[in-house]
Design a protein around this ligand. Structure first.
Ligand SMILES: Cc1cc2nc3c(=O)[nH]c(=O)nc-3n(C[C@H](O)[C@H](O)[C@H](O)COP(=O)(O)OP(=O)(O)OC[C@H]3O[C@@H](n4cnc5c(N)ncnc54)[C@H](O)[C@@H]3O)c2cc1C
Ligand code: FES
Length: 384
């Protein structure tokens, strides 16, 4: 930006700050420090900027699942912890739509990211990514996000996956087998038909390479003729039977359709398993919408002893309002799935879409997610 551009921007900011201060004066609120917060934001280089990536390869995994191999346009490494996901931003019909996809492979080349999408009948984004994306296309990403990750040093991990729920498990299995020397990994993987099994060849190859350390049990709801493996659903009874001989102190991971996850959790907790991590593929836009009247709200945001008063426009989240006012705020997925934007609510009412990733303990401690939290009263105060 040239000198004139910078000057114009500065003037616009000062005007914005003055407007804020006038509003604060009218409301008789606590002293604020918007410009200071803005400077801090700039120093940290924090913006709502997303990472632009190019599709380097498209791998057809099954009839309904595709892996996109992505590279940062700026040439940087795309780092993540196995089990984490990225938020993909797709332009569809003039609107930007966000969906989460878990990193599905540990790449030897850190400039490459593998995301695998299973097409859902009538699914807007999964159909677009399966049918219309080609090498050379560009996408935008946020992340990585999520805490569906391993605790290093566990002797045994048990992964229970259904359908597309295999994606984070693949990265976790690969990491466990290649970065730990002794860990045993057991995968129980449910699908409808044999041809729906995603990563079958990679799983076979991993099991052969790490002989005796990876055990894979496929469970098919509609097995074809000649199938000699497990049949049926990954329901409570099947999980209980298949997990009967596995140690209860192993680290357990669940990811798949909701009924499978409920059944697996019940079967495992009935056995006395305590360490169970779960990743729900619930989409933000299918959550119950928070009912918030369409009015602007004043919010006090306190960080490191500095209080800033911002105005959240109708419908704006705390995160959007804070970043727009130049307040440095932490965030990652921007869709209520990772907890990076947690803030403490000390006064007023904030409503959020449900379900989200907040635990009962965090709710009891009055923590809210700034990325999906909207102020519902005029006396909201949060501590960042
Ligand atoms: C943390 C996280 C990680 C995820 N990782 C992956 C991944 O690695 N691979 C992957 O394929 N997906 C993953 N998902 C799911 C993904 O984000 C999308 O929800 C999915 O691709 C469907 O989006 P869509 O736009 O195609 O469907 P939409 O157009 O939003 O929905 C179309 C219809 O499908 C139904 N539907 C939507 N999602 C599902 C679902 N998951 N199962 C069954 N029915 C559904 C809806 O009820 C709706 O009726 C993840 C989700 C989360 C929250
Ligand atoms: S940024 Fe991930 S939950 Fe808010």
């Amino acid at each position: 930006m040239g000198l004139v551009g910078r000057l114009k921007e500065r003037v616009a900011r000062v005007k914005g700050d003055l407007a804020h201060l006038a509003r604060i004066a009218r409301g008789g609120r606590a002293p604020t420090s918007i410009s200071r917060a803005r400077q801090e934001t700039e120093r940290r280089g924090q913006t709502v900027a997303v990472r632009r990536v190019r599709v380097e390869d498209v791998i057809r995994e099954t009839e309904d699942a595709v892996t996109l191999v992505l590279a940062d346009r700026a040439g940087g490494a795309i780092r993540f912890v196995p089990g984490q996901f990225f938020t993909v931003l797709v332009r569809l019909d003039g609107e930007t739509v966000r969906r989460a996809y878990s990193a599905s492979r540990l790449s030897e080349d850190p400039s490459r990211l593998y995301l695998t999408m299973k097409r859902i009948a009538g699914g807007r984004v999964s159909s677009h990514l399966n049918e219309r994306i080609a090498i050379g296309d560009e996408l935008e990403l946020l992340g990585p996000s999520g805490s569906f990750t391993v605790t290093p040093g566990r002797a045994q991990r048990v992964l229970v996956a259904g359908g597309s729920g295999i994606t984070p498990m693949m990265a976790i299995a690969e990491w466990s087998l290649t970065h730990e020397s002794e860990t045993q990994v057991t995968l129980l993987y449910g699908n409808r038909r044999e041809r729906d099994i995603i990563f079958r060849a990679r799983l076979d190859e991993l099991a052969a390479r790490h002989a005796g350390r990876l055990t894979v049990t496929h469970v098919l709801a509609e097995p074809g003729e000649g199938w000699t493996g497990e049949r049926g659903m990954l329901d409570r009874e099947t999980v209980a039977r298949l997990a009967a001989a596995l140690p209860i102190d192993a680290e357990y991971f669940l990811c798949g359709p909701e009924p499978m996850m409920v059944a697996a959790r019940e079967a495992l907790t009935a056995r006395g398993v305590r360490a169970i991590k779960e990743e729900k593929f619930t989409q933000p836009h299918l959550r119950v919408e928070a009912d918030v009247p369409a009015v602007a709200r004043r919010v006090e945001m306190r960080k490191g002893g500095v209080a800033s008063l911002v105005v959240a426009a109708p419908g704006q989240t705390l995160l959007e309002a804070g970043l727009a006012a130049g307040i440095p705020m932490d965030y990652s997925c921007t869709m209520g799935g990772c907890g990076a934007c947690k803030v403490k609510l000390t006064a007023g009412r904030v409503v959020m879409e449900e379900p989200n990733c907040l635990s009962p303990g965090e709710r009891a401690a009055n923590e809210v997610l700034a990325c999906i939290g909207r102020p519902a009263s005029d006396d909201v105060r949060i501590v960042l």
